[in-house]
Design a protein around this ligand. Structure first.
Ligand SMILES: [Zn+2]
Length: 94
């Protein structure tokens, strides 16, 4: 079974194959890729919610840090900006 990260990576890969709308009407294939990508993202969200029900933790969608939270509406403070900066830093080092 794929992890949410893998599912989102696959969704991003599919979306990257589709040219921007200004390039002209989408083909059937392109529409199918976008639908598939949306389904993969929805599955990733569902997996994270199930994981949250089990563990009480969910990864922040902005910085990726696992945060313990009572509700999915708002996440408690977890130094999000600093984590995002660190994450961008790691991404540029690769
Ligand atoms: Zn965060």
């Amino acid at each position: 079974m794929s992890t949410p990260t893998e599912l989102r990576a696959r969704a991003a890969e599919l979306e990257s194959r589709v040219p921007p709308l200004i390039a002209g009407p989408r083909t059937d294939d392109e529409r199918m890729w976008l639908e598939k990508a949306a389904a993969l993202r929805a599955e990733a969200d569902q997996q994270e919610e199930r994981e949250w029900e089990r563990t009480g933790r969910i990864p922040c969608s902005d910085c990726g840090t696992l945060v313990r939270t009572e509700t999915l509406e708002t996440l408690p403070a977890h130094n999000c900006t600093a984590h995002q900066r660190a994450r961008r830093h790691r991404a540029t080092e690769k």
